[in-house]
Design a protein around this ligand. Structure first.
Ligand SMILES: Nc1nc2c(ncn2[C@@H]2O[C@H](COP(=O)(O)OP(=O)(O)OP(=O)(O)O)[C@@H](O)[C@H]2O)c(=O)[nH]1
Ligand SMILES: [Mg+2]
Length: 311
């Protein structure tokens, strides 16, 4: 049965892709063996994360990027990861329009994915869905995600390259640093550069990068775009290509993949241990020990020690 699913994925059957992604999203019983076989076919695709604040133009930009990749003979899978959305396929209107445009194109597959409130599982699901798209033969897998917290970090852990989009309103230096974006960005985009302040923000950002960026990887370029008019997109495309060529030639591409591979194993082990640990019996003990307001008198350390000891 799972062999059939795998065959359908490898045959690039988009309806099968959609079904299996829904199962991943809902944690619906796909065995480890399925993922083990899937993985064999999923290491070739380049994975790109596109992140930025709500409304920054991520979808518009992704849409134009899809077109450029297609023109260069590459097939593309897109997952819009929305950590806040509990709905399966809960695409926004703009994303739906995008989807319809490519609905008959076997070289483009677009899907959105929510977290079902289970933020812990989002990193794993994101990576598993990437494996599915890669195994279907997509050359490029793009993750689009709103950068407001954990979501973009989960995505950064799953990709070869992260594009961070800012807009002229994105604010001051401190905010940029606080957001931790500098650590995850391989390329910065100042979108909506038709607005005031785009040049100033690009300059400010370049200064920050110059002084605070570590020497362990190349300084991210800052590219101004007007996604809605398609301006700056060729520069972005070239920037992505150049970054990948650089990273491959200096070995960082592999180092980076290996590091993320290790993290993925670590995450899986942690998740499996937790799943195994929390038997219904232990969950019952937890609710028993915390059933009334009086239980807050007991230290959480004491309760947890008791639960752990009862293994
Ligand atoms: N002025 C201007 N508007 C733009 C530009 N790029 C995109 N927009 C508009 O900004 C709005 C939001 O664009 P989206 O592409 O949906 O932004 P997003 O980041 O995907 O939004 P969410 O997924 O909701 O977080 C749309 O109305 C776009 O047409 C730009 O370069 N300049
Ligand atoms: Mg969007």
């Amino acid at each position: 049965m799972f062999n059939q699913i795998l065959d359908d994925i490898r045959a690039n059957d988009h309806r099968a892709l959609s079904r299996v992604i829904t199962r991943i999203e809902n944690n619906q019983g796909l065995p480890d063996d399925f993922f083990i076989s899937l993985y064999t076919y999923s290491t070739d695709a380049i994975r790109i994360g596109i992140t930025g604040p709500p409304g920054a133009g991520k979808s518009t930009l992704t849409d134009k990027l899809i077109k450029l990749f297609l023109e260069h003979g590459k097939s593309v899978g897109v997952v819009a990861v929305d950590p806040s959305s509990p709905f399966t396929g809960g695409a926004l209107l703009g994303d739906r329009v995008r989807m319809n445009r490519y609905i008959w194109d076997e070289n483009v597959f677009i899907r959105s994915m929510g977290s079902h409130g289970d933020l812990g599982g989002l990193a794993r699901k994101t990576q598993d869905v990437g494996d599915v798209l890669a195994a279907s033969g997509k050359d490029i897998v793009i993750y689009e995600t709103v950068g407001v917290g954990q979501g973009e970090l989960d995505v950064a852990a799953a990709v070869d390259l992260t594009v961070v989009i800012l807009v002229p309103e994105s604010g001051d230096e401190i905010q940029l640093m606080k957001a931790g974006l500098i650590e995850i960005a391989d390329l910065f985009i100042i979108n909506k550069s038709d607005r005031d302040g785009a040049g100033r923000l690009a300059q400010l950002l370049q200064n920050i990068l110059h002084t605070s960026h570590g020497t362990d990887r190349p300084e991210p370029p800052v590219i101004n775009t007007i996604a809605s008019e398609g301006k700056g997109l060729d520069e972005l495309y070239d920037g992505i290509e150049k970054h990948l060529v650089n990273m491959k030639s200096n070995g960082m591409f592999d180092t980076n993949r290996l590091k993320k591979h290790r993290m993925r194993v670590l995450g899986l082990v942690q998740e499996k241990l937790l799943d195994e640990f929390w038997t219904s019996e232990k969950l019952e003990t937890l609710s028993y020990e915390t059933h009334s307001i009086d239980s807050i008198k007991l230290s959480p350390y004491e309760i947890s020690a008791a639960i752990l000891k009862n293994e």
